[in-house]
Design a protein around this ligand. Structure first.
Ligand code: GUN
Length: 297
């Protein structure tokens, strides 16, 4: 008798840190190829105001760029910077042929119109993939610059399930412009059957339970518990939430990791899952942007 068949086995842990390191190695090798052709890929990061989390994110982005030999430029502006001044900075970076990628860190101070700023970035330099031209291109299934976090999630899914995701049932929990909607569009491009669920969805657990792929991107700590999952499911947890447990700060995802770990096929941990992939794909997008602008590869 095969005793192990009766034992509850723990899920495969999808190691985003290791995959991100692999992606960064690929990027580093490709940067060399650009340099041999006389092009130095360059990413400009603009940070307005003094949000502490944004400062940490921007520092990480600049450090990772240095690690893969991408030139990085950092522009810090005061919290009371006028929208027009920020738009002029973007115009300047758009016009500078040595700058291939432009990222304006979000959130912006309240007096600045986020849409106006994101629309000002040249679509070919839009390494966030937030410009309406890129959003529209993705929805039509064209090859455009796509948002870093969902693009990183697709890579994790392919590493876990194999390169062909055709016909799989994918449920995306959350409908944000940064993750939920582009994630759904990318899964559709991979020929998955895609459902988006959100705070107003009826019978949300029943719908999630049918999924082969569940992507949680709602920003609600520990929301996805055992009532949402099945043993064949690959769970991608995009959430990064800081909560207090027994008076201590803890970083948790949107998925209740401990509750589902024995009840799914594979899962990304928090931290060390999706997080590192976002920055790795920002670097990859910078090279894609450089390729679009220089047309040398
Ligand atoms: N702030 C939080 N996530 C992001 C992101 O993906 N891009 C930008 N520009 N800002 C962010």
């Amino acid at each position: 008798m095969n005793i192990s068949a009766n034992l509850q086995t723990s899920a495969q842990i999808v190691d985003g840190k290791a995959t991100a390191a692999k992606v960064l190695e690929e990027v580093k090798a490709e940067v060399q190829q650009f340099k041999q052709k006389g092009i130095e890929p360059c990413l400009a990061v603009v940070l307005v105001g003094d949000d502490p989390a944004s400062h940490v994110y921007v520092r990480n982005k600049v450090e990772k760029a240095q690690l893969v030999n991408i030139r990085s430029l950092e522009f810090r502006m005061d919290a009371d910077t006028a929208e027009e001044v920020l738009l002029e900075k973007i115009d300047e970076l758009n016009a500078d042929a040595s700058v291939h990628g432009i990222l304006v860190q979000l959130p912006l101070p309240k007096h600045i119109n986020e849409t106006a700023v994101l629309e000002r970035i040249h679509p070919q330099k839009d390494v966030d993939g937030f410009h309406s031209e890129n959003v529209g291109g993705l929805s039509q299934g064209r090859d455009v610059l796509t948002p870093c976090t969902p693009t990183g999630c697709i890579r994790l899914l392919k590493d876990t399930l194999g390169p062909d995701l055709t016909g799989l049932n994918a449920v995306v929990v959350g409908r944000s412009n940064i993750v939920g909607k582009p994630m759904a569009a990318l899964l559709l491009k991979e020929s998955c059957t895609v459902t988006i669920v959100h705070s107003k969805t009826k019978n949300i657990q029943d719908i999630c339970k049918q999924a082969d792929i569940l992507v949680a991107a709602v920003g609600r700590p520990l929301m996805i518990d055992e009532s949402y999952v099945n043993p064949n499911m690959v769970v991608i947890d995009v959430g990064i939430n800081r909560i207090q447990v027994d008076g201590k700060n803890r970083l948790v995802g949107d998925v209740h990791y401990e509750a589902v770990i024995d009840k799914v096929k594979a899962i990304t941990p928090v931290p060390g899952g999706v997080g590192p992939m976002t920055i790795a794909y920002l670097m990859k997008n910078t090279l894609d942007a450089a390729r679009l602008q220089t047309k040398i590869f």
